[in-house]
Design a protein around this ligand. Structure first.
Ligand code: SAH
Length: 230
């Protein structure tokens, strides 16, 4: 199976590249794509750079040019739910774009005509993840992820996103990757380890916990890859 693994930042894919060993590099569309065999699978791995636009480009290229049959995203996020602590893992059940606002025309926040507020992730990949979590002895959370082109470091903005979208975590790429995969008909899975609480301390916490949280997420994704298609 051809599996795409993507992150937004170098720190999110480095732990994966270290484990998969030797790989080739292809430069395309302003980005670098790493390919290798891993177990029974062909992998294409890349980090997109931050935000909805760059992540949409990378996800599209992985689907269209590299022929990805499934896409797994590994990264970090800010927590909304009080149950989520730094280092906890959350898989997205559905994703939305919290910064989309054409409410002036009577549409709800996050809605684009001919689209939907929420895009659901693949149910089979989620149930595979639930099995992996049990075997690894990890508490895996499941919930809604809200995406926007903003680093949220404000209790007020976070409360608004929670109230408007019932989101459990927020970040800057999942919603756009979900939208790309839905349109290409590629099953996708978005996993995030918590790096901060999206409040006043978010910037400091993010810098402190990026590497360790990214590692937690990457390790889990690699375990999923080994079990895919078994
Ligand atoms: N420190 C980086 C910027 C990081 S932006 C730099 O200076 O280059 C935050 C990244 O982590 C994004 O890719 C986003 O998906 C995720 N993220 C983690 N916490 C977040 C938060 N509180 N708000 C938005 N995105 C967050």
């Amino acid at each position: 199976m051809k599996i795409a693994i993507m992150g937004a930042m170098r720190e999110e894919i480095d732990p994966i590249l270290e484990v998969v060993g030797s790989h080739t590099r292809t430069e395309h569309a302003g980005n670098t794509f790493y390919e290798c065999r891993y177990g029974n699978h062909e992998l294409v791995i890349a980090y997109s750079k931050i935000g909805k636009v760059f992540s949409a480009i990378t996800a599209s290229v992985m689907c269209e040019r590299f022929g990805a049959e499934v896409l797994l995203f590994s990264g970090v996020a800010g927590a909304i739910s009080k149950d989520l602590k730094i280092g906890d893992l959350l898989m997205a059940s559905a994703l939305c774009q919290h910064d989309v606002d054409i409410t002036a025309f009577g549409h709800p926040f996050g809605f684009i005509p001919e689209g939907s507020v929420m895009v659901e992730s693949d149910v089979q990949l989620r149930s595979l993840a639930a099995e992996v979590a049990v075997d690894m002895g990890i508490d895996l959370f499941e919930g809604i992820i809200a995406t926007g082109d903003q680093f949220v470091a404000s209790a007020e903005r976070k409360a608004w996103i929670e109230a408007t979208f019932h989101a459990d975590a927020l970040e800057m790429e999942g919603g756009s990757v979900a939208c790309v995969c839905q349109n290409f008909g590629i099953p996708f899975f978005i996993l995030r380890a918590i790096s901060d609480s999206a409040d006043g301390d978010a910037g400091i916490d993010f810098d402190t916990f990026l590497a360790s949280s990214a590692q937690v997420s990457a390790k889990f994704i690699l375990e999923m890859v080994q079990r895919l298609g078994r």
